[in-house]
Write a protein that binds this ligand. Structure first.
Ligand code: MRU
Length: 352
């Protein structure tokens, strides 16, 4: 359904299909979850990942739950409520998950009195519409963001904020693709993004498919690249943007932002308004996921730290709004002060 060249998740005739991103770039394997627990497992172990894609997967996950083959005649309301709880508990930082589940609860409120099959079909229509809506937000964001670029630019991105992380063409990568097509981008520096290498494995895979010249660098090279004048702009995605414009994104983003400020490199964040959370006042209020220590003490499953050395694995960090040059959403390019700018974009009161 997505109008993109590739999509990491789709609803087929016989149900949900999720591209297992843990196997990329080596293998393109599709998961076919039949129970909500399997959708939750896919989200938790990052088979499906990236804030908007997690939201879309959760929406389809609700539909999967209603059609559970183990319990074909079970009470749908009870099943919906349990599925929403399970899905919400999978990952804490990406607010798109809660956003999608709250929209789902509203949709279900209007559907649940219908005959069983019609209610389930109605929820599937809703999930498909939410997916299509993400495609459109990505498209608009890419158009807006491309205007920030100039011919010859060399941009740096961190983690993967591309088609693999969304329902559409991506957020940061969508912007990069649009800039490239308009002749406003010469090259992309792709941070490898330790510990799980979303940059090296996934963003580089997307860059190849998009035909964008790129080079993969270790996260620790960013300062050296900038000090040599080799980076003209940074563009990243986000898992949650607080009401004041503080930005949570993949661990290491904050380091890139500090370096960008030091070297006078514009630092942009591209994210749909479904990532902006007016209920979270500042970055200090954003829940940060802590993942298994082994993801740090091992690389691709192979132990790299000595037996007995524990790791510490914060999956995200917060970049304060003052380090962000502009936030690009489907509603436009927003500049500081972000409090009123984001409130206006969300259609709420502009004061703060
Ligand atoms: O842990 P991940 O791979 O889900 O983290 C993803 C990111 O940090 C992305 O940059 C963010 O979700 C934006 S995706 C458009």
């Amino acid at each position: 359904m997505a109008t993109t060249e590739f999509t990491p998740l789709e609803w087929r005739e016989d149900g949900l299909a999720l591209l297992d991103q843990t196997r990329l770039p080596g293998e393109e394997t599709w998961l076919r979850p039949k129970r909500v627990e399997e959708v939750c497992d896919a989200i938790r172990r990052l088979a499906v990942r990236g804030a908007p894609a997690i939201g879309v997967a959760a929406a389809y996950g609700l539909v999967v739950a209603l059609g559970d083959p183990d319990d074909p005649q079970g009470d749908l309301d009870a099943r919906f409520g349990r599925a929403a709880e399970l899905l919400l508990a999978t990952r804490p930082t990406a607010v798109n998950l809660r956003w999608a589940l709250e929209q789902g609860a509203e949709a279900w409120g209007l559907l649940h009195d219908l005959p069983r099959e019609r209610a389930i079909a109605g929820l599937l229509d809703w999930a498909r519409a939410l997916h299509a809506d993400d495609v459109e937000r990505n498209r608009l964001m890419a158009e807006q963001g491309a205007t920030l670029f100039a011919p010859g630019d060399r941009a740096l991105t961190h983690c993967n904020a591309g088609a693999l992380a969304t329902g559409g063409i991506g957020t940061a990568v969508g912007v990069l693709g649009a800039a490239f097509r308009r002749g406003r981008l010469a090259q992309v520096w792709v941070d490898e993004t330790r510990p799980l290498l979303q940059g090296a494995r996934l963003t580089a895979w997307e860059m190849r498919r998009l035909g964008i010249p790129h080079r993969v660098v270790t996260d620790s090279m960013v300062g050296a690249l900038m000090s040599r004048g080799l980076v003209d702009r940074v563009v990243v995605g986000s898992d949650r943007i607080a009401a004041n414009g503080d930005v949570a994104n993949k661990i290491g983003t904050y380091t890139v932002a500090v370096l960008a400020q030091r070297h006078g490199v514009p630092f942009y964040v591209a994210a749909p308004l479904s990532t902006v959370d007016p209920r979270t006042p500042t970055g200090a209020d954003i829940p940060i996921e802590e993942r298994a220590s082994e993801e740090v003490t091992r690389l691709a499953g192979v132990r790299t730290a000595p037996e007995g050395s524990e790791g510490f694995n914060l999956a995200f960090d917060v970049t304060p709004a003052e380090l962000v040059t502009a936030i690009v959403t489907e509603a436009g390019v927003h500049r500081p002060p972000y409090g009123p700018a984001l409130a206006r974009a969300l259609g709420g009161p502009a004061g703060d």
